[in-house]
Design a protein around this ligand. Structure first.
Ligand SMILES: [Fe+2]
Length: 192
């Protein structure tokens, strides 16, 4: 948190939404990147490399690195000029149900609050530097774009939930690109 600089941030805007999906489905959306080209076709997909991400576990918590398309330009720069926040989005999943999406100049805090097995209240908050020359219109645009993009994720989760509720599948396996999802669910299982 010190590295992220959370102490120097202020709350710019926040909004809450109710979604008809289990909280774990909503957290899982942040733990893989292969959905970008489909789910985020019209928003962020063009900003990222297709299906490229990595994750590390810190106890039950995760740090996912999502390199942006500009990453390859770093090859022409000396390594000591590289700044991971300039070329990647970082997503810290704080167990069990909070995430911090760290972008180049601000942070988005996503809080999933389970209300029942099939319903979650989500709060999306945009945190911006206390000291910044950027006008509020810039942050407002960012906040609106983030909410729009995350809504694409939440709609998919809601759709997965209705598929699960149909009872058509008794078993579902995580696939090759879903390693972090399996690890996350293992942490949940252990605590239950
Ligand atoms: Fe997504």
């Amino acid at each position: 948190m010190a590295w992220v600089g959370t102490r120097g941030l202020r709350l710019f805007a926040a909004e809450e939404q109710l979604w008809q999906a289990n909280w774990k489905l909503l957290v899982e959306g942040g733990l893989e990147a292969y959905h970008f080209r489909v789910t985020h076709r019209d928003t962020i997909a063009r900003l990222f490399n297709d299906n490229l991400s990595s994750y590390q576990c810190f106890g039950p918590n995760f740090r996912s690195i999502l390199p942006r398309a500009g990453l390859l330009q770093l090859q022409d720069k000396p390594e000591d000029e590289w700044d991971i926040r300039e070329c990647s989005n970082l997503l810290y999943t704080i167990f069990p149900s909070n995430s911090l999406l760290v972008q180049s100049d601000h942070v988005v805090w996503i809080r999933n609050e389970p209300l029942s097995a099939g319903q979650t209240r989500i709060r999306v908050a945009t945190l911006v530097p206390r000291e910044s020359a950027r006008p509020d219109t810039y942050w407002q645009k960012n906040h609106a774009f983030t909410v729009k993009t995350l809504t694409e994720d939440f709609e998919i989760a809601q759709s997965i939930q209705s598929g699960l509720d149909s009872g058509a599948n008794t078993v579902l396996n995580f696939g090759r690109f879903e390693g972090a999802l399996a690890r996350f669910n293992e942490q949940v299982r252990q605590r239950i």
